[in-house]
Design a binder for this molecule. Sequence first.
Ligand SMILES: [Zn+2]
Length: 379
Amino acid sequence: MVCALDAMAIAPATKGILLAAFLAACSALAVATGLTRVAPRHVVAPEAWAALERHDADQAASLFRLELQQRPRDPMLHFGAASAAHARGQSSFALSSLKKAVEIDPEFVEALTMLGQVAYESGNGDLAIRSLEKASALRPRDRRVAELLDRWRRESSVHNSYLEKPAGHFRILYEGSAQQAIGDRVASVLESGYTTIGRTLNSYPSETVTVILYTNREFQDITRSPSWATGGYDGRIRLAVGGTVRPSDLDRVVTHELVHAIVASAAPRRVPAWLNEGLATYLESSDRAWVSGVIHRASRVIPLDELTKGFSGLDEQGALVAYAESAVAAEILCAKLGANVGPFLKMVGSGSSVDEALLAFQVQPNAFHSEWGRRVGIR
Ligand SMILES: [Zn+2]
């Protein structure tokens, strides 16, 4: 069994930065909605910020767009538009809005940090580092910014020493000629998975996906993953390929991370970890004999409600149970939804609950939950 983890586990520091940017928006919202006693002076579009606050990114985007027609030089509005676009998974639009915000106000630290984050997520490490350097210079005491900048610089220096292999829809980075054969194998697994998994999930990544092959130590150092993880996806597919990796295990983990990349293209936000990991685990290989064995030996059933945020806090045994239970859930969903798995995912990514999205495709949530409970041993 090759384990992997979701983006939440990989980048806790970057989440903090984004949160800071979002809180800046929320503090503007607080002023605008009278939650503080500070008289609002230049906060505009309070309804748009309120829509962001209640996670209605579509409404927020439309309100920011309207307001920007009146005030095209307001950096806060561009920042708001970027936040809404980011929440909707529209990285390119978020990037261009943030660039406008910092062009108008070069000392807008929250926009600079968010620009760094979105650029990093989009694979533009140079822009990410440049933006964070400016933010750090403006706010030198912000430790989170300093730590993230340090981490990105170290990562960049590692990657700069790597070879790059363009391969169809992917760009593969690896350490040197010793990894050439592994790089070729990874490229071939990715390309065939792009077609088969893309068809299953009815979704294909619109942009080139960066895939980085690390030695085991570099993988742990750069991703700060739990020790049981050998792959991860955080906008880039990262794989530990050091030591003796069996080809079948390599194929499995490559496919697993590719599923995460494709799920992210269909539904960039709001997919519960059990659904994301379940699909990746179910689709990574047709050899799933281990799943029933793990469930049979598990000392307790972990409810899906406890598996919405990611598995990185679990120990190795707990993680194994979490992956197995999630795979069972994904298998049932794939069987019940058939060709509608992709549209179902998109609905969940747009804010519907799993149960609401199931109902939209004529699947009774109770039928799903009771079959899952029976299969994982709930009596
Ligand atoms: Zn995973």
